[in-house]
Ligand binder design. Structure first.
Ligand SMILES: [Zn+2]
Ligand SMILES: [Zn+2]
Length: 222
């Protein structure tokens, strides 16, 4: 029952992407999300998030999870999530708590989508901030989601929208985060979308937009 984040970007060090488990933000639940009887995944675009990109994510989630996906009306990013520790950005952990708080019952989970930079604190397995804290206390990420839980967030800020793999990466990160919401931890199976992309963006490009058979067996049925 950990909070996972997908694919962190090592700002300034160039090019490392990794995933993390963040014990400080564990959901208090000991069972899978109680909303699993719900059959719709909600997409919550924030700010000026591209409708085309939101539609692409919706299609990927529908195809991968076999759940209906509803794109909600855009809303502004909550001001309380904004920080300026290293650079101006929004705390991913605050955003998923915000999304969880406002989630309607018909949604099994809600995925927030933003083009703003998002961050969290990178911690060890004991919940301690990695050192140097100045580097890890506000760590830029691509996405973050409760595991299990009902809310996750993905940012396109660190994905180059001019890159030909942009949409593919966005879809994979979104599926990965929703996978965490459904209780899937990181997976050691090569090519699985739940792989801990520990090395680089290349790892993301190598995984499929799908689960391995082991992960798929753990997913709820729509
Ligand atoms: Zn992850
Ligand atoms: Zn897997």
């Amino acid at each position: 029952m950990n909070l996972h984040s997908l694919i962190l970007f090592i700002l300034g060090l160039g090019c490392g992407y990794t995933t993390e488990v963040n014990p400080s933000l564990q959901e208090k639940k000991t069972t899978p999300p109680t909303e699993l009887h719900a059959s719709i995944i909600g997409l919550q675009p924030f700010g000026q998030f591209s409708k085309i990109h939101a539609t692409s994510v919706a299609s990927a989630l529908e195809a991968t999870f076999n759940f209906k996906v509803v794109v909600l009306p855009p809303q502004p990013l909550p001001a309380h999530a904004f920080v300026h520790i290293k650079t101006p950005r929004y705390r991913a952990d605050s955003l998923i708590v915000h999304l969880r708080r406002q989630k309607k019952k018909q949604f099994v989970c809600v995925l927030g989508l933003t083009n703003k930079d998002i961050s969290t604190t990178k911690r060890d397995k004991h919940g301690r901030t990695l050192k140097p804290a100045s580097q890890y206390e506000d760590w830029g990420v691509f996405g973050l989601g409760f595991c299990p839980g009902v809310a996750c967030i993905v940012s396109t800020y660190r994905l180059n929208s001019d890159n030909p793999h942009f949409i593919s990466r966005l879809k994979k990160i979104s599926v990965h985060e929703v996978g965490h919401n459904f209780g899937l931890p990181h997976c050691p199976n090569s090519g699985c979308v739940m792989m801990d992309a520990a090395e680089s963006i290349n790892t993301i490009d190598k995984v499929k937009l799908d689960f391995c058979s082991s992960c798929r067996m753990k997913l709820p049925k729509s």
